[in-house]
Design a protein around this ligand. Structure first.
Ligand code: CO
Length: 136
């Protein structure tokens, strides 16, 4: 089993600061990080809840994947991220099972983690992210 946790559940929002302030007020949480990921054209806040996290995602560019998602669906659940120990092995396995990978090779995501996305049309209409995290 190469997945050992749900690293985060990501929610696309129109305005990160507004949504984050509301999460803080209503759910009494605080972000562990707020970070811009230029490569993906997004800014994201991570909120730790138990051993997992909620990620709020804001688009910074009109042609980013998150912006297109917001235009189509409005705010809401964007992807689920699985924590894996060895992302190459995970990708190799998924490829051997015929999974439709968005990233055949890992790239660098938030927190400097190596990540890769699996297409939502591969399985159950849900965008899946793999995040390589050390402490498996
Ligand atoms: Co994510």
């Amino acid at each position: 089993m190469f997945i050992y946790n749900i690293d985060h559940v990501a929610i696309a929002v129109h305005d990160l600061d507004v949504s984050l302030a509301e999460y803080e007020r209503k759910y009494k949480v605080t972000p562990v990080s707020v970070e811009t990921i230029p490569d993906q054209g997004v800014r994201e806040a991570m909120i730790a809840i138990g051993g997992s996290q909620i990620q709020l995602l804001e688009s910074l560019e009109p042609d980013s994947a998150v912006e297109r998602f917001l235009e189509r669906n409005g705010e809401g659940l964007h992807h689920i991220a699985f924590a894996v120990v060895d992302i190459e092995k995970a990708l190799e396995h998924l490829a051997s099972e015929g999974a439709r990978l968005i990233d055949a090779e890992p790239r660098i995501g938030g927190g400097g983690h190596r990540i890769a996305f699996v297409h939502p049309q591969d399985l159950t209409g849900t965008l899946i992210e793999l995040v390589e995290v050390d402490d498996g």
